[in-house]
Design a protein. Structure first.
Length: 246
């Protein structure tokens, strides 16, 4: 079965399907990565999860919906090309999506590739759970990775779409920890701490590292879906032990 939802006819959609919805952004990712980097990563992970789910549960239907490309990216607004719809608009859109998809699907999982979307996703998911919908979300997380347009995201893009990476434009960015930069970012935006928009060092990126990161993220999200454990924000956890530790 083809897992791409938009390629289906309505008669080919069986009941009780699992629908994965990638959520990303259109925002600057330094001078070397495309504006839709977060969306590309989220969609790649969602497709990988769907294929693994289909392989392990061939009798269960799974589809990847078209990605939500516009997100909450206000911190990047000083850079040309960024299109942010803000937390409230994103939240309302996700709520209406869940209400619509729930009329024909069994479970909806948002696969999030942009950290700035998390508040809106968590608010939308918890409200929809309260309304009785089966919905959850999971991050495309890379523990230990750098913050933005650095080695992590550049490695991922070198593995997914190397033709989209402008190698001649790669340079090191602000190497301070995100935690130390957050107060200024919150007040003034990313450009105040990094004129190039890079937080991290993309010169360290490799395609092989990106392939490993993709596999790690796909495995992580798949395991979260199978475990089916939610925290207070509706985020899928790998186990009840992980939930207890937070």
């Amino acid at each position: 079965m083809n897992v791409i939802l938009e390629n289906q006819s309505w008669k080919s959609i069986p009941p009780m399907a699992l629908v994965l919805v990638p959520t990303g952004s259109i925002e600057q990712h330094g001078p070397h990565l495309p504006l839709n980097t977060d969306t590309i990563i989220a969609e790649t992970v969602a497709k990988g999860v769907a294929e693994r789910y289909q392989k392990n549960f061939p009798s269960n239907a799974v589809f990847v919906a078209p990605p939500v490309q516009y997100g909450a990216s206000g911190e990047h607004q000083e850079f040309p090309g960024t299109i942010s719809i803000g937390h409230q608009a994103l939240q309302e859109m996700l709520i209406e999506m869940v209400r619509s998809i729930s009329t024909w699907a069994n479970h909806i999982v948002f696969i999030n590739g942009h950290g700035g979307n998390q508040l809106a996703i968590a608010n939308a998911v918890t409200q929809m759970i309260h309304e009785g919908h089966k919905v959850s979300w999971a991050p495309c997380s890379t523990p230990g990775g750098d913050a933005h347009a650095g080695a992590t995201e550049t490695s991922l893009m070198l593995a997914i779409a190397p033709e989209r990476v402008q190698l001649s434009q790669i340079e090191s960015g602000n190497l301070a920890t995100l935690q130390s930069l957050m107060p200024e970012i919150t007040e003034k935006g990313i450009r105040a701490v990094s004129p190039t928009g890079i937080l991290g060092d993309p010169t360290l990126a490799t395609s092989s590292s990106g392939k490993e990161l993709i596999e790690t993220m796909v495995s992580d999200v798949f395991e979260r879906i199978i475990a089916g454990v939610l925290n207070a924000s509706g985020c899928l956890q790998r186990s009840t032990q992980e939930l207890d530790s937070r």
